[in-house]
Design a protein around this ligand. Structure first.
Ligand code: GLP
Length: 242
């Protein structure tokens, strides 16, 4: 596992964006696994800036997102579909047909998850997977558990995640209780993984991910077993690392 510590959030975002940009330059038809949450916002802003400078061409790129809230209409302001449109997809020259998220509007979880696994496989596999990390060490919406879930599945969000994500809704009651997420197995199939972490609320999760035992209680700890995983964290998120 490669660890890059940066002084600030801005530097973390730039370093991560430049890794993604280099990947696209070398592999113009690559499959990017994308993440939501406030942490990658700066990274996406930098990718948009590089695109506008004429340095980054998304014409052949395909994207697959990690997760989506279940039962939230696609055009809800807090759906991950809306997040991706707002921060990246509507601002670059990507073909909308090449962008994918789980379908949160599908009430039948089995159908939604099978459909998304089919899409993931049809892309030929993720080349570079971006991740954020939850305060409890979750990746995508894979919450602490007694096993590592393999494929795309429906999860019940933990109280900690509902509380953390309440800031995006008018109250915690508004936060959807369930989501569809790529499994840990799906994430681990990516050729390369890039996790970004910022702020002191993530310091313990980052420490456990890097230095703790590999356990489904800290889903991100599985990245210790990935052959090409990089964590970029700012000063505060990396504060407990040796
Ligand atoms: C959500 C997302 C995760 C994300 C996490 C952290 O729960 N499903 O993919 O990593 O939040 O978000 P933030 O970056 O806002 O702390």
């Amino acid at each position: 596992m490669r660890i890059i510590k940066t002084a600030t959030y801005e530097e973390m975002s730039q370093r991560a964006a430049h890794i993604v940009a280099a990947h696209i330059t070398l592999n113009p038809a690559c499959v990017l696994g994308l993440a939501t949450g406030s942490t990658p916002e700066g990274l996406y802003a930098e990718l948009v800036r590089l695109h506008r400078l004429g340095d980054l061409d998304f014409r052949q790129v395909k994207t697959v997102n990690l997760d989506e809230y279940r039962h939230l209409p696609r055009n809800h302001p807090e759906s991950y579909y809306t997040f991706m449109q707002k921060h990246l997809l509507s601002k670059i020259n990507i073909d909308p047909a090449n962008t994918h998220l789980p379908n949160g509007e599908l009430a039948d979880a089995q159908v939604a998850c099978t459909e998304y696994e089919t899409i993931l496989r049809s892309t030929g596999g993720v080349d570079l997977q971006l991740l954020g990390i939850g305060r409890n060490g979750h990746i995508g919406f894979n919450e602490p558990d007694s096993v590592f879930p393999k494929d795309t599945h429906c999860v019940r969000l933990s109280e900690s995640t509902i509380e953390a994500n309440a800031r995006f809704f008018s109250s915690a009651d508004e936060v959807p209780r369930e989501a569809y997420t790529m499994g840990v197995g799906t994430i681990m199939r990516a050729q390369r993984i890039l996790l970004v972490a910022s702020g002191k609320s993530k310091a313990e999760a980052v420490f456990q991910t890097v230095c703790g035992p590999v356990t489904p209680e800290v889903p991100a700890s599985i990245l210790q077993f990935h052959h090409d995983a990089t964590i970029i964290c700012d000063e505060e998120a990396g504060a407990l690392l040796p």
